[in-house]
Design a protein around this ligand. Structure first.
Ligand code: ADP
Ligand code: MG
Length: 394
């Protein structure tokens, strides 16, 4: 990676402000229900404490919209982190000003504290310069380990890096290495699988990937727009009518570039997305007028699996159907198992796709599961990530 990491600087005795992505799901009682993102930050935290740094963690949690909202306070995260680290991580009730300053003054080398939710300040998302300076005033060094928010130019991801020596943490490094290798020099054949609900979210990715992959598989709700572009009726399926022309253009572009672009050949359809629906599998083009396509059918799974068999690199973002409901989960879970069984480098990104892979019980057999949905997509689109660009070059 072309950016400096925590290995490249001296941190002993220094106050190190670490932007982490602790935006974890909480249940109604405010307990952390999935601590993956906390666990992923442990290598960086342990390294820094081991080097004798004073570790000051900062993150956002949920969408408090720039106001203090106890529902999004960091206390449950501090509690879970304390358990995982086996030492007490104090939660500080503010993230700028006197309160954290006093707490930091009392820190010993190797201590870890967690500041309050940075999005309690509206200045955070505005990337306000004064606010970034106030964050920077707390520390001697800035570490960005929040890959999941690296595509956002916020005060705690980008702004603060202007005022402190700024380097990447281990999670950031790992994510960038995996994604970078994938785009720069993938083992071939290289296949990408895209799905999920919206074409508009992922159109730029399709476009960029067409220049890189040998095979592009499109499933999920997104496929409907492409199927429509080929002249199929899709009934009441999710469809972005204003993107049909764009989809047609991408189909042509794929042909011109010699990319093998695959769409579903059959779909699991039902009158509505309901957990007790009585679906039918039909060929595409034969979706009943009042029905909607909610999963890919078995023939599509076979077609996709067959084309992936020889792949040496596969990247997947977006479920093949409404996998949250049992009648429409089979296609997504089957693709997850196909990926797990390949002799290939496999990368899965996107909140819902990652949860589908976990649901299929195969997460351990995927080469790299990205913690960043939006960030990994923007990277695959070929965009620069502000939270990375702002770090010191090697
Ligand atoms: P990720 O979070 O992995 O990036 P997205 O958020 O883009 O994925 O898409 C996931 C959503 O797409 C899921 O909620 C799923 O129910 C929905 N989805 C997938 N296929 C369909 C479909 N055929 N019709 C409607 N929604 C779909
Ligand atoms: Mg999603």
């Amino acid at each position: 990676m072309a950016k400096k990491t925590i290995r490249d600087i001296e941190v002993a005795g220094k106050r190190v402000l670490v932007r982490v992505d602790f935006n974890v799901p909480l249940d109604k009682n405010g307990k952390v229900t999935d601590d993956t993102r906390i666990r992923e930050a442990l290598p960086t935290i342990r390294y820094l404490t081991g080097q004798g740094a004073k570790v000051i963690l900062i993150s956002h949690l949920g969408r408090p919209k720039g106001r203090v909202d106890d529902k999004y306070a960091m206390d449950p995260v501090a509690a879970r982190l304390s358990e995982l680290l086996g030492t007490q991580v104090k939660k500080i009730d503010d993230c700028v000003g006197e309160v954290p300053r006093e707490a930091i003054e009392k820190m010993q080398q190797g201590d870890v504290i967690l500041l309050e939710n940075v999005r309690f300040y509206q200045e955070e998302e505005k990337n306000d310069e004064k606010f970034a300076r106030r964050l920077a005033a707390l520390a001697d060094v800035f570490v960005n380990d929040a890959f999941g928010t690296a595509h956002r130019a916020h005060a705690s991801t980008e702004g603060v890096a202007e005022f402190l020596p700024a380097v990447a943490g281990f999670l950031m490094e790992k994510e960038l290495n995996h994604l970078g290798k994938l785009l720069e020099n993938p083992a071939r054949p290289f296949a990408a699988i895209l799905g999920g609900a919206k074409v508009s979210d992922k159109i730029a990715v399709v476009s960029n990937l067409l220049g890189k992959v040998d095979t592009l598989i499109i499933g999920g709700g997104m496929a409907n727009t492409f199927l429509r572009a080929q002249g199929n009726d899709v009934g009441k399926s999710l469809l972005e009518a204003d993107k049909v022309d764009l989809a047609r253009g991408l189909l042509n572009e794929a042909r011109a570039k010699g990319v093998n672009l695959l769409l579903p050949v059959d779909v699991v359809a039902a009158p509505a997305a309901a957990p007790d629906a009585q679906p039918k599998t039909v060929p595409v083009g034969q979706i009943p007028a009042e029905w909607m396509a909610l999963d890919i059918g078995e023939k599509s799974v076979d077609l996709f699996a067959g084309s992936l068999k020889r792949a040496k690199t596969v990247v997947w973002n977006g479920p093949m159907g409404v996998f949250e409901m049992a009648p429409f989960a089979a296609g997504t879970l089957a693709i997850a198992r196909v990926l797990a069984g390949l002799d290939a480098t496999t990368l899965v990104g996107g909140g819902d796709t990652v949860s589908a892979v976990k649901q299929a019980g195969v997460a351990g057999r995927i080469t790299h599961i990205s913690t960043g949905g939006g960030a990994s997509l923007e990277f695959l689109e070929g965009k620069q990530l502000p939270g990375v660009e702002s770090l010191l070059d090697k």
